[in-house]
Structure formats: C-alpha cells, structure tokens
Design a protein around this ligand. Sequence first.
Ligand code: C5P
Length: 236
Amino acid sequence: MKKKELLYEGKGKKMYKTDDEFLLITEFKDDLTAFNAEKRGNEAGKGALNCKISTELFHLLEKGGIATHLVETLSENEQLVKKCKIVPIEVIVRNVATGSLTKRLGIKDGTKLPFALVEFCLKDDALGDPFINDEHCLLLNLVKNQEQIEEIKTIARKINSILLDFFDTKNLRLIDFKIELGLDKDNKLILADEISPDSCRFWDKETNEKLDKDRFRQDLGNVKMAYEEVLKRILN
Ligand code: C5P
C-alpha cells in the first residue's frame, strides 16, 4: 500500500491518502494535548503504544460484532483504515463520574453511575467541543434523523459493555471514554478514530490509580509508564 499525501493532521494523529481511494493510513503521533490543546506535550513512543492498544481493542470489538474502520496495522505507529465520513459528534460514555461531568453537574468525583451515561459533544475545536443534546444533533444536521441518534447510542453502549467486561478481567476500571463514528462507502456506521488511554479513563481496580491521559492533564507524571501498563494488561 503506497502512502500518499497528507490529508489531515489532528492533535493525536495524521491521516494520509493511499493509492486506494477507499483506504487511508493513520499515523499515531507522540504529541499530547489537553484542554483543547491549551496544554501541549510530547512523549516519545506514545504514538506506538496507542496504535497497539487501539488495534487490540478494535480487534476485540470486531469479534464482539462492532464494525470498525481498521483494516490492518502497517507498522508500530501506522494503521491502514477504511475511509469514512466522520460524524462530527464526539460520543462519550461514562460509568463513573469524574472530569467534566463532576464539574458540570456537581456529582461527587468517583461516584459509580446507576447506568452508562451517553453524552454528545460537537466536534469543533474552534468552539471548544461543546456538549450538545439529541435536538442539537438534528438542528445542526449532524445526523440523518432520530433513528440514527438511537443507533449511535446503541453502538456506544455495546462498545461500553464489551470493554467493561474485558477491562474488568484486566484489573482495570473503565471510567469513561470517547469514540467517533463514521459512515463507510455503504453509509453504514462504523467505529473510527482510536480507543486508547488518550481517549479513555482507566483506574486500577485495587488502588484507583489513574492510568490514562489524566496523568498528563493533572501533571501526575509517569504518563508513558501508565500507557505501557495498560498495554501490558491488555496483552496478558
Ligand atoms: O473531559 P471529560 O470528562 O468530558 O472527558 C470524558 C472522556 O472523554 C474522557 O475519557 C476523555 O479522555 C475523553 N475525551 C476525549 N476527547 C475530548 C473530550 C473528552 O477523548 N475532546
């Protein structure tokens, strides 16, 4: 597969065209950003760790019946993926209250939620990815109709259920995560982007130690070690 020109550069990844119009190459970067890129850093090897973690999790989800954009891994930080039209919504699923949820609603940090909460943010850096509801999604034509919103929520909950069970066996609590979905060439919703410690929160089951990007956000140190620990447990 020939890597052609750069199509897009995001905060954590670069996307390249290939000689196949339906396939792209994703390159995972070592850059770290937080608070809408107001805080920036770089951790050598982080891109490769996220690429490996995301590949493992996408394979797990595929086995569980979730369609994803992943075709194959090309190198330690590159994946070949299906081209899709990204739905400009960040879909967040939460099992435990922390982060922006505690700030917005005053729920005590660490409270286990009675059900998996699905939230949407508008994928728009200039606006700071604001939280939006179903009606905003329809108003802004981010989705086709209410049925598609329900489909997005169903996929998000199914992903949560597969990942919760999986990480439980790895002594990790899946606190929350963000996913992005896209429409493939047949207009089918598929999981795109990545699932990694950049986009999830993982706490150790025994100690509640944070093993994700909050270590960077909160200057807790040992960012790379935390990502390595997540990968080690996934592969165990
Ligand atoms: O900041 P907040 O608590 O809303 O984040 C919820 C989850 O979504 C966290 O796992 C966070 O890493 C992820 N997230 C993300 N990209 C964003 C916003 C949140 O991956 N732009």
